[in-house]
Write a protein that binds this ligand. Sequence first.
Ligand code: ATP
Ligand SMILES: O=C(O)[C@@H](O)C(=O)CO
Length: 422
Amino acid sequence: MLLGCIADDLTGATDLALMLAREGLRTVQTTGLPADDLALDEVDCVVVALKSRTIPAAEAVELSLAAADRLLALGAKRLFFKYCSTFDSTDAGNIGPVADALLDKLGASFTIACPAFPANGRTIEHGLLYVNGAPLAESSMKDHPLTPMRDSDLVAVLGRQTERKVGLVDATDVAKGADAIRAAYAREEAAGKSYAIVDAVKDEDLRAIGAASADLPLITGGSGVAMGLPAAWAKAGLVAELSTPAAKLDAPEGRRVILAGSCSTATRGQVAAAREAGVPDFKVDPLAIASGAIAAEDVAKWVISQKADGLAMVWSSADPEEVKAAQAELGRDAAGALVEHLLGDVAVILADSGFTRFVVAGGETSGAVVQALKVSALAIGPEIDPGVPWTLGLGGRSVALALKSGNFGAPDFFLKAWETLA
Ligand SMILES: Nc1ncnc2c1ncn2[C@@H]1O[C@H](COP(=O)(O)OP(=O)(O)OP(=O)(O)O)[C@@H](O)[C@H]1O
Ligand SMILES: O=C(O)[C@@H](O)C(=O)CO
């Protein structure tokens, strides 16, 4: 095994695993630490999905170091720390503290921080992160239920999360290609910087950054920055040959359902599109769960009562005002946890009732569902939209899962995802 990856949420892990698989690495994703009996003889890369994006920083560090220890023990020669392409975190964590701890673990003094993912509208210019052309702090991320992002300047954001110095490798260097980028890393490190935010606005930039970063013991960023790594490692002889992923997933026979717990603009649009297309839907809200007005059994019963060969959708996706009202009553974390647990419990009842194909929207939500289903590892299948593949549960239940990052996917994602199943 060459590469060990630590992702701070489940859909982020899947996004990265897809990128690495698409670019030719034989990739397996695990939820939590890889099991002792995970077969690794035909694997170049293991992506460990944690649920550490919004937990206290000290706990995120502890979990990430445990994952690093396991990956290094399995033979990883490089580590990749994957966080969100919108740099989701609070000033108290978790990106800086985890990256600091991983640098220390590897005895390394420098790494990059590059969440750019142009295919999904995330670009970095002069260290400022843009989401579909709007500065991060003016994008819908300013109203995220758990990690509202109110500063677009990544040098400043990361600078508030670490005692170490944060520098910048901007487009002037990146446009000149891999050698110039490598020289810029050396310049930043010589100036006492432990991190460099790296500008990228197009895939070509990310491929050059990947080539320049092939020797770094630790790389941090979004899935985009992994784009150029497999080819660079193949060129350096670190990977024997690059493989081609299958175009369709051979999914287990059974019923299908959509579970949406993300409140992002993209997910709300996808929920609206599915409702407009006539998909039967059930809305759950945290206040109703808290009061006992609805329980997982009621919701699952409703799903099971829908047409067996049709689609059904359970959703909690609310606009920022509605989220704020629920949080004011219940508290931020409790409101989120109520919805996550309910959707996880619904998934278990459905899986016990013949449902084998699940589209789940939201990183935290996907984490809760996969944990509830006790799926410990995922094989990466074909891409549905940038950053979102079908996956197949390995070990435990036989289920196909499309785990969609909140902000990813075209408006008709919930309708078209099924076409990629064989
Ligand atoms: N109506 C609601 N009111 C308050 N919180 C909600 C509501 N619906 C969902 N939530 C919570 O909001 C959080 C959404 O986070 P989640 O990670 O699932 O989606 P996301 O942030 O859009 O996706 P990603 O992390 O992939 O970008 C979850 O904790 C979820 O339970
Ligand atoms: O990078 C992204 O935007 C996603 O992979 C993600 O981490 C969402 O949870």
